[in-house]
Design a protein around this ligand. Structure first.
Ligand code: TMP
Length: 207
């Protein structure tokens, strides 16, 4: 199973990913936790460039750098792990591109759709969207570290991201699980595990 976790800045993706990883470890279910951008040696270099506030990057350059990271990630991490029968959980994937480069930077959906088609990237089986008000998310993000190139964008930018994620969820109801991220981390984890276990019995909590 290929799972992506999506959401705006400060929505709690890392906490959820850590909780899921612990759950899968306890259940002895083979899995790989990964993220975009930055999960391969090439990806790490691309991530440094992409998040660096000192870099001036045009929207199209940014889009293609994200896709370069994704293709390397797919080839070196995602596809081999799925082939080994592991559950792959990625912290961000294609829906972040539609949100950030599409809704955020203003690149047309057609261009992104074309890239998706031409590069034949895999789509996740399930996408967990941690939905949160950007004002809350940005406060959380700014309290924990210096803001990066994306986090430093204005509130309007982040509002567009949220809208884009919610729209994607509306268009793809079978793939998306939308979770209210303004809740206790433990409750969020529980709710995600419960929902995912209807697709993969092995994930079920044992009481
Ligand atoms: P994060 O690991 O803290 O989520 O940082 C990654 C940043 O990269 C985040 O601000 C979102 C951004 N991003 C895009 O703009 N487009 C993409 O396709 C992906 C995967 C991430």
């Amino acid at each position: 199973m290929f799972i992506s976790i999506e959401g705006i800045e400060g929505c709690g993706k890392s906490t959820l990913v850590n909780g899921l990883s612990e759950h899968l470890q306890n259940k002895k279910i083979g899995h790989v936790i990964t993220k975009e951008p930055g999960s391969t040696s090439i990806g790490k270099i691309l991530r440094k460039i992409l998040l660096d506030k000192k870099q001036q990057i045009s929207p199209l350059t940014e889009l293609l750098l994200m896709f370069s990271d994704r293709l390397d990630h797919l080839e070196k991490v995602i596809k081999p792990s799925l082939k080994e029968g592991k559950i792959v959980i990625t912290d961000r994937y294609i829906d972040s591109t539609y949100a950030y480069q599409g809704a955020g930077r203003g690149i047309s959906k057609d261009i992104i759709n074309n890239l998706v088609t031409q590069t034949e990237i895999l789509l996740p089986d399930k996408t967990i969207l941690l939905d949160l008000d950007p004002e809350i998310g940005l406060k959380r993000a700014s309290s924990r570290n210096e803001l990066d190139r994306f986090e430093s964008e204005n509130l309007e930018f982040h509002k567009r991201l949220r809208k884009s994620f919610l729209k994607a969820a509306e268009i793809n109801p079978k793939r998306f699980l939308v979770i209210n991220a303004d809740d206790e981390p433990k409750k969020i984890l529980q709710s995600v595990i419960n929902k995912l276990s209807t697709y993969d019995e092995r994930l079920k909590e044992s009481y």
